[in-house]
Design a protein around this ligand. Structure first.
Ligand SMILES: NC(=O)C1=CN([C@@H]2O[C@H](COP(=O)(O)OP(=O)(O)OC[C@H]3O[C@@H](n4cnc5c(N)ncnc54)[C@H](OP(=O)(O)O)[C@@H]3O)[C@@H](O)[C@H]2O)C=CC1
Ligand SMILES: O=C(CO)COP(=O)(O)O
Length: 349
């Protein structure tokens, strides 16, 4: 390996690619755990604010960042000597940033990402995009689970999970993030982990819409449970493990995002349910709202596997303006009556 190790701490530097709210929060976590951490972003003003004032004033205002976290707009500088590379840009920028990173990657160093979603347009899973860009021999890992950036940067207790085909690399990533206020678990199901992180964003829009329409707490709990069912069905079809979706990467993140008002996907749903336009809602949120593209890619996957996902489909139609939230509700309520599990818990259409 060609990465550096700090003689005093024995810890290697970490490079985080993506200086939005989640990239900054994860970089701050690694830095707090003793890793000299370099954050790459494309905005020079943000990099300067982090270096001079230890604050990402655009994405996480009011939170003081550690001194050993520095920022740069030069990706080569961020990556040089790093022992871990962590991509944290929105899914639409994942392939572009991975392609920029590939020629700069120090030899033998693995690539992890905390992006949630698919490659827009192709619907490819991000581990497929990564294998295409970096080659099959590079260790990959996905970092996912219920984790609002604002709570992590504030040091509030959080648990998430790191999935990889390479157990040693999953452990390295988990060790970097694990600390007094942060539990990092490991697993070996990248497929299920990526699916859970992507689908929960779409389902959070559904509960947001229902809450925005004041449909009550029964409706919210029904949507979360039947939403989990949609995740399990598609996961079974694509070959992910059911336990992944019953854990932090699935149920955990679904519960957080469907109920927590810090969620941007839930806030989009709330706005739509109250009659706001999608453009207005996205402008007010002012950050990435992954469900807008993910809904199409989830439905593309569902069609490919012949799986029915009524809630996700209704969200997609509302996001496209094909139906109103009220029409979406009417469609879901008018579906035929049937057994809760016609084909068992983890199967069926
Ligand atoms: N925020 C959270 O709590 C969590 C987020 N995530 C996931 O992390 C990912 C990133 O989200 P998050 O940080 O919250 O998003 P934000 O909206 O907070 O920030 C997005 C960041 O991505 C940068 N970016 C956008 N396009 C490009 C590009 N083409 N090249 C380089 N940088 C780009 C933006 O740069 P610029 O400012 O220049 O536009 C900005 O720094 C998403 O997939 C999200 O689902 C996962 C768990 C928690
Ligand atoms: O993924 C998240 C929490 O785990 C963040 O959710 P939002 O993107 O909806 O804000």
């Amino acid at each position: 390996m060609t990465h550096d190790t700090d003689v005093a701490t024995g810890k290697s530097p970490v490079a985080v690619l993506g200086a939005g709210s989640w990239g900054t929060a994860l970089a701050s976590l690694a830095a707090r755990h003793g890793h000299a951490t370099r954050l790459w972003g494309r905005d020079a003003d943000i990099a300067e604010a982090i270096n001079r004032r230890h604050e990402n004033s655009r994405y996480l205002p009011g939170h003081e960042l550690p001194d050993n976290l520095t920022a740069t707009t030069d990706m080569a500088e961020a990556v040089e000597g790093a022992g871990l590379l962590l991509i944290v840009v929105p899914s639409h920028a994942f392939a572009e940033v991975a392609r920029q990173l590939a020629p700069l990657r120090p030899e033998g160093v693995g690539v992890a990402w905390a992006t949630k979603g698919f490659e827009p347009g192709s619907g490819r899973f991000l581990h497929e995009v990564a294998a295409d860009v970096f080659g099959d021999a590079v260790p990959f890992a996905v970092v996912t689970g219920p984790s609002f950036a604002k709570e992590v940067v504030a040091g509030l207790p959080t648990a998430l999970t790191v999935h990889s085909d390479d157990a040693g690399f999953a452990q390295q990533v988990a060790d970097t993030l694990h600390g007094p206020a942060f539990r990092a678990y490991t697993g070996d199901d990248m497929l299920g982990a990526e699916l859970g992180g992507a689908m929960k964003n779409v389902l959070a829009v559904a509960t947001g819409v229902a809450d925005g329409m004041d449909l009550g707490l029964n409706a919210r709990a029904g949507l979360i449970t039947r939403g989990l069912n949609e995740m399990l069905r598609l996961n079974h079809a694509i070959g992910g493990k059911a336990e992944t979706l019953m854990g932090l990467a699935g149920l955990g993140d679904l519960a957080l995002t469907c109920t927590g008002d810090l969620s941007r996907n839930r806030r989009l749903g709330l706005a739509l349910g109250r009659g706001q336009s999608i453009d207005e809602a996205v402008r007010e949120i002012g950050q990435v709202v992954e469900s807008i593209q993910t809904a199409d890619e989830v439905m593309r996957q569902a069609e490919r596997h012949g799986i029915e996902l009524p809630i996700s489909q209704a969200v997609q139609a509302v996001l496209h303006g094909d139906i109103t939230p009220g029409e979406g509700l009417a469609l879901l309520m008018a579906r035929e009556q049937k057994p809760e599990y016609p084909h068992g818990l983890f199967e069926g259409r």
